[in-house]
Design a protein around this ligand. Structure first.
Ligand code: ARG
Length: 478
């Protein structure tokens, strides 16, 4: 590819060591797509004839098809002499169509190619991840719907706080996933510009119409600066950072399910299809899926951390250091599959509604509702808090819940207590007093469920298509 000016052969160990084909084989479909787009631009610039362009593009398609299978991918990875995926495609082209294959590299550089391939690759990974996140979010909504008005305790400091609808708890995770989707979409929108035509650093040496390739590849526009375009890997880091949030959210869900599936909680029944046994203890059913899920964020974050350090202090423009960022992007290819497993796991979860209800009804989780009752009787909240606190202490000593106290007993803590106190602190009132947007009142959750579905559907739509071609826009009178 570049041996012309060299007198000595490369050290064979170094030659192997600096190769990227062992991992950038992942990028064959992107390399082929970008090469086809470049051929079209060369044709428009008069460097290739129509028939040469057609022959090149067909040969490129044939190369992609020949290596789509697992064996085909392995053949790319193990290629004896290709240094990287760009070299591989060039060698394969020459093998298929002779010296015409060598014409493709006119007016381009591997620096712009890898920048383009990686953008296309990450854009696709983003689409896959968003689809998987949306599927998981829908599974959570489905489970929330199935839970109806079933309740559970909520926790702060892992101490019982107030009763909530199970649906309300599940929808909290959906909010996290929706933010994840929007972060990934932001990343996709920012990366969706085409580096082709940037050359190795200063721009192509041919007057290429850069919109041709940009449009064919579904980019929003060509990148505005060749030095930035060939050395920018912000999008790799941004993608990994966005995935870090996905991993964090997954780990929180994983931790809660793991905890709630313990005998001590007994809230969640682990689906057998997603659990494992113990080779030693015959009675065990272990939550391996959620445990692995909880740990996966480590890999994702490590990849983001690695890229941060790889990019730090790099002078403009292309440096071979950038090659190292690729493996970090490939290291998180497991994420969409992981998410789709979690979606199926979520759909298979069953709750012990009785245990959850009992836990929600014991431990004075209605104390805030009780204080609110006094507030409606005109007591300042601070005073109401104090009065209910006293009542709770009294009930604790007696070993009963607030609703088991007689009105006479309550009256010693405040003259405001009346017979309607008991209906104000039953389970439904305790839920429904949270009648605010985002609260756990039953009708609020019902509304939230309906809205959430639509929000998932709207947010999960991602389409990458270039806007009107400048000439077309001009012809359309824009
Ligand atoms: N394999 C290289 C990479 O991933 C491609 C670009 C090579 N460019 C160069 N000037 N050596 O970065």
């Amino acid at each position: 590819m570049w041996s012309g000016r060299f007198r000595e052969p490369l050290d064979t160990e170094f030659e192997q060591w600096q190769r990227s084909i062992v991992f950038d084989w992942h990028l064959l479909p992107q390399e082929v797509a970008a090469s086809k787009a470049h051929a079209s631009a060369l044709c428009a610039a008069g460097i290739l004839t129509m028939s040469e362009t057609a022959e090149l593009r067909a040969a490129l398609d044939a190369i992609a098809a020949a290596h789509a299978s697992d064996a085909g991918k392995a053949a790319v990875r193990d290629h004896a002499s290709a240094e990287d995926i760009h070299h591989f495609v060039e060698l394969s082209l020459v093998e298929r169509i002779g010296s015409l294959g060598l014409k493709l590299h006119t007016g381009r550089s591997r620096n712009e190619q890898i920048a383009t391939d990686l953008r296309l690759y990450i854009r696709e990974q983003i689409q896959l991840t968003i689809a998987a996140l949306a599927a998981w979010a829908n599974a959570l909504v489905e489970l929330a719907k199935k839970s109806g008005e079933a309740v559970m305790p909520s926790y702060t400091h892992l101490q019982r706080a107030e009763p909530v609808l199970i649906a309300h708890w599940l929808l909290a995770y959906v909010e996290m996933l929706l933010r994840d989707i929007s972060r990934l979409k932001d990343c996709a929108a920012r990366l969706n510009f085409c580096p082709l035509g940037s050359g190795p650093i200063a721009g192509a040496t041919l007057t290429l119409d850069r919109w041709i390739a940009a449009k064919e590849l579904g980019f929003t526009a060509p990148t505005p600066n060749s030095m930035d375009a060939t050395s920018d890997r912000d999008f790799v880091l941004e993608f990994l950072q966005a995935l870090t949030f996905v991993g964090l959210h997954a780990s929180r869900f994983a931790e809660e399910i793991t905890l709630f599936a313990t005998a001590e909680f007994g809230f969640v029944l682990l689906p057998e299809a997603f659990s494992t046994g113990s080779s030693a203890m015959p009675q065990k059913k272990n939550p391996d899926l959620t445990e692995l899920l909880r740990a996966k964020v480590g890999r994702i974050h490590a990849a983001a951390e690695a890229v941060t350090l790889q990019l730090k202090g790099l002078p403009l423009a292309y440096n071979k250091d950038l090659q190292e960022t690729q493996e970090q992007a490939f290291a998180v290819e497991f994420v969409p599959q992981m998410l789709s497993l979690v979606a199926r796991f979520t759909a298979a979860l069953t709750f012990n509604h009785n245990a959850m209800k009992t836990a929600a009804e014991n431990g004075y989780l209605n104390a805030m509702a009780a204080a609110t009752y006094l507030v409606y009787k005109g007591v300042p909240f601070r005073t109401a808090h104090e009065k209910i606190g006293n009542a709770v202490r009294y009930a604790l000593e007696k070993g009963v819940e607030l609703n088991a106290l007689a009105l006479d007993e309550l009256k010693q803590f405040g003259s405001e207590f009346d017979a309607d106190f008991f209906s104000a602190i039953n389970l439904n009132s305790t839920l429904d007093c949270h009648d605010v947007l985002g609260g756990t009142a039953r009708h609020r959750v019902r509304l939230a469920l309906e809205e959430t579905r639509a929000r998932i559907a709207a947010l999960a739509q991602v389409r990458f298509a270039a806007p009107a071609y400048p000439e077309e826009a001009v012809n359309a009178g824009a």
